[in-house]
Ligand binder design. Structure first.
Ligand SMILES: Nc1ncnc2c1ncn2[C@@H]1O[C@H](COP(=O)(O)OP(=O)(O)OP(=O)(O)O)[C@@H](O)[C@H]1O
Ligand SMILES: [Mg+2]
Length: 357
């Protein structure tokens, strides 16, 4: 495929080509967080938000046209907060959405500190069942700032990083989507993967609604609900009660939210179990017992306390089940993408999936 003229200073097409120098990037472009790792040791996580001043006072306060990541959230009182991803994929309603995505991706590449003359080659994780149009949109944006970009499914990236490529099932619980992938020793086909639209953000909304229902007097929003969830999430038997400080009529008070946290977290489980069961049935019968002992959970949602044993229990009618959680849910996706980029040189990427070069 022909290269577009380099529009961005990051892209080495503007510079003298030096094929020997390659900056390889593994990027996990997530709804709530984006992680990037490079073959030169860069390792960064950024919240997937971009903030733009609401008016001229905001421009003065911010000192720039926009800001990416946590700083945008910290200053949200005077910024318009834009999330370039929705349900795991790029928003694509308007030119403005695309501009926001450009700002995020460009920030992520900057964070990896490319050197002049380096070719930038990135493997980018997208939801398992992202549409072809959405992948093309992402690749078109990537093309403006990279020399080569390949999109692969997020759970496949995780599986590759863990070296679990055969008779395994990956469940990646993110903010926008839960992505499942059955690993059969080949690149997963469409029927080996599933993307569920209820994930971490859904839990936040559910928790907010349940707390409002129980305590109509309190003031709560999804930021507060998300913070309560991240601090206290659990499924199954917690063994202790959860009391949090909330405000009613401007006054702080302590509220017991144990049942609400449990119900919100458990709301994800039935769909995950049903989908996992379907994917396990898709393996040859002689391999299904191995798959059951090779279930890997990833993504921020894998931090929910008790989740592994809860899922194992729900699947126990199928046989002996072992569920493990990746060591670092923040970076294991990008680490897998980087490993893939390093072990399989970019010259072969066209055999792996959708590519822009
Ligand atoms: N301790 C925790 N308990 C429950 N959920 C958590 C915890 N820590 C983080 N999360 C949730 O995990 C989600 C973020 O996970 P992750 O970074 O994997 O998502 P993402 O990659 O941005 O989203 P997606 O893959 O859907 O695009 C958020 O909903 C966050 O609130
Ligand atoms: Mg993710």
């Amino acid at each position: 495929m022909a290269k577009a003229p380099g529009k961005d200073k990051q892209k080495s097409a503007d510079k003298p080509a030096d094929k020997g120098k390659r900056l390889l990037l593994g990027i996990d472009l997530g709804t709530s967080r984006t992680a990037v790792m490079s073959n030169h040791g860069a390792k960064h996580m950024v919240r997937s938000v971009v903030g733009y001043p609401k008016d001229l006072i905001g421009v003065k306060l911010l000192g720039s046209a926009y800001v990416v990541g946590q700083e945008a959230l910290d200053k949200r009182s005077y910024l318009d907060i834009r999330c370039p991803l929705e349900d795991g994929v790029l928003r694509e309603y308007s030119e403005r959405d695309i501009e926001v995505a450009r700002h995020l991706l460009s920030h992520v590449i900057e964070a990896a500190k490319p050197k002049p003359n380096e070719e930038i080659c990135a493997i980018i994780g997208v939801p398992a069942r992202a549409s072809g149009a959405n992948k093309s949109l992402l690749l078109n944006i990537a093309q403006e700032m990279m020399d080569m970009a390949l999109v692969v499914s997020e759970p496949f990236m995780v599986a590759y990083g863990q070296g679990k490529l055969v008779n395994a099932l990956v469940i990646d619980i993110g903010a926008g989507t839960v992505d499942l992938s059955a690993l059969k020793g080949t690149l997963p086909e469409a029927e080996d993967q599933a993307t569920l639209a209820r994930a971490g953000n859904f839990v936040d909304e559910r928790l907010m609604a349940l707390i409002e229902e129980r305590y109509p007097e309190v003031q709560i929003n999804t930021y507060v609900a998300c913070a309560i969830k991240e601090e206290n999430s659990f499924v199954g038997d917690n063994g202790k009660s959860i009391k949090v400080e909330l405000r009613a009529d401007g006054k702080p008070g302590m509220y017991d939210v144990t049942d609400q946290v449990q119900a919100a977290c458990e709301s994800l489980i039935p769909e995950i179990i049903e989908t996992a069961e379907n994917l396990i049935r898709g393996f040859p019968p002689e391999n299904q017992s191995d798959v059951l002992k090779n279930i890997i959970m990833a993504g921020g949602g894998s931090r929910i306390k008790g989740l592994g044993s809860f899922i194992a229990e729900k699947l126990s009618t199928f046989g002996e089940v072992e569920v493990t959680t990746v060591a670092d849910p923040t970076f294991d996706g990008s680490a897998g993408a980087l490993k893939l980029a390093q072990e399989l040189p970019p010259d072969y990427w066209d055999q792996l999936g959708d590519l822009i070069a």
